[in-house]
Design a protein around this ligand. Structure first.
Ligand code: SAJ
Length: 406
């Protein structure tokens, strides 16, 4: 039996995937409400294909509990927040989960950490907790790091098709865990050591952050001299060895905007390019704010309450608002003492910010200027509703019409 600990964005799909591929699975989460929702037959977030997979897993017998199970394999997928001041990881959820596992596990159990952790976290925080509890790593308990790699919006497909990394102290244990993931994963599964697996995961997200920062810096350069950044990127990308990503209003989510800081926090004297990239991406919401001010002035709009931000989530077609550029922009506005700007996102049904709307038409009726912060399908399919608005499109989804860009 596999006990998956933490039933959030990663743990839940992973547990469902294992169960629907023939493994006995219990999903554990300390949040009773979440467990009750799953037991009642409902999923807890929006993701393409998740409901279907959930149905299959329930039919296959997956169970959900607030209790940790006595078994020989655990997959830990709990959050890893970071301290914004020191830029270092806060491993307390991982450490607490491992401590809880130690109270119930069988001798020789394998504990797989899936949560993204900064390189060295297992050595610094997890091993000492196990050893101080009187367990011998490699005999009583085996440690593995198998970082997730799936992208929100395409998680179910990527769970099946992406390559994976398994970091283990011993190759035999690595192979055992590989067999479990191979029950559903058709991608290449590489077995390596724990430190390499930790570093590789953070490097992947840092690579993407740096590439987005390059696109964002280009957007600023092109804006300063009236050049079309999208046309330049489109043409440059026809070169066989150039592949520039898309500029945008900032980098959000709990992965790409967080993981590079682990390297900056741990290697402050060395991670210079990485730090600069993070700073460029973090500067984008303020840059958008400057664009909004200029465009308002150009169009004689003096009242911020006539401006609406479309999109609150960190990217299109997901319901996750963690570190979202829109929230960062609203924060910037507070610092500039401006307020009253209107906000709408079809994926966010509860009120999380001031002046939030829950209906596209009502939102559009009350604003003269729309800032597209997120390119949800909803707005792509309703661009005709923006014809009489001043539009700032930070995602380059409007290919026609008189629209402002970054
Ligand atoms: N963004 C841009 N321009 C782009 C691409 C993205 O501005 O060209 C922005 C997005 O709008 C968003 C942010 O960057 O605000 C991050 O979005 P994303 O789609 O690039 O990535 P995430 O954070 O949803 O998922 C990433 C993925 N990592 C990589 O692609 C290397 C995913 O595979 C990881 O599993 C995930 O992080 C994670 O959990 O670590």
């Amino acid at each position: 039996m596999v006990n998956v600990i933490g039933l959030g964005y990663i743990g839940l799909p992973t547990a469902l995937m294992l169960a629907s591929h023939g493994l006995e699975v219990v999903g554990t989460d300390y949040k009773k409400e979440l467990v009750d929702t799953l037991r009642a037959g409902e999923t807890t977030f929006d993701e393409a294909g998740l409901d279907e997979l959930f149905k299959q897993a329930v039919e296959a017998g997956i169970r959900f509990s607030t209790e940790y199970m006595r078994t020989d394999m655990y997959i830990v997928s709990v959050p890893t927040p970071y301290d914004k001041a020191s830029k270092k990881i806060d491993p307390h959820f991982v450490v607490d989960a491992v401590k809880a596992v130690l109270t119930v596990c069988q001798k020789g159990a394998i504990v797989v950490i899936e949560s993204t952790i900064s390189p060295g976290t297992i050595d610094r925080f997890v091993r000492p907790v196990i050893e101080n509890s009187g367990f011998h790593i490699g005999e009583d308990i085996h440690l593995v790091h198998a970082p997730e790699r799936i992208i929100p919006g395409n998680m179910i497909y990527e769970l099946k098709h992406n390559a994976r990394t398994i970091g283990a102290d011993s190759p035999e244990i690595g192979e055992k865990v590989k067999d479990v993931y191979a029950s559903f994963c058709e991608g290449d599964i590489v077995v390596t050591d724990i430190r390499t697996a930790e570093m590789t995961k953070v490097v992947e997200n840092t690579f993407r952050d740096i590439n987005i920062a390059f696109a964002n810096e280009l957007a600023k350069i092109c804006r300063s001299d009236n050049m079309d950044v999208y046309e330049i990127i489109r043409i440059a990308n026809k070169h066989p060895r150039v592949n520039i990503l898309s500029p945008g209003p900032g980098v959000g989510g709990h992965c790409i905007s967080v993981d590079p800081w682990f390297l900056v926090g741990d290697y402050p004297g060395l991670a210079n390019l990485i730090r600069t990239a993070r700073q460029i991406n973090d500067s984008m919401p303020e840059f958008v704010l400057g664009r909004i001010a200029d465009i308002m002035e150009e169009n004689g709009i003096s009242d911020a309450t006539k401006v609406g931000l479309y999109g609150l989530t960190y990217k299109e077609n997901v319901d996750d608002t963690r570190e979202s550029p829109t929230l960062q922009l609203l924060d910037c506005m507070k610092r500039h003492l401006a307020s009253g700007i209107k906000v709408y996102d079809p994926f966010i049904s509860r009120d999380i910010v001031a002046n939030q709307y829950h209906d596209l038409d009502a939102f559009l009726q009350d604003v003269d200027m729309v800032v597209i912060m997120v390119g949800h399908n909803e707005i792509r399919e309703n661009l005709d509703k923006l014809v009489d608005k001043v539009v700032l499109d930070t995602r380059n989804i409007c290919k026609e019409g008189d629209v402002y860009h970054l």
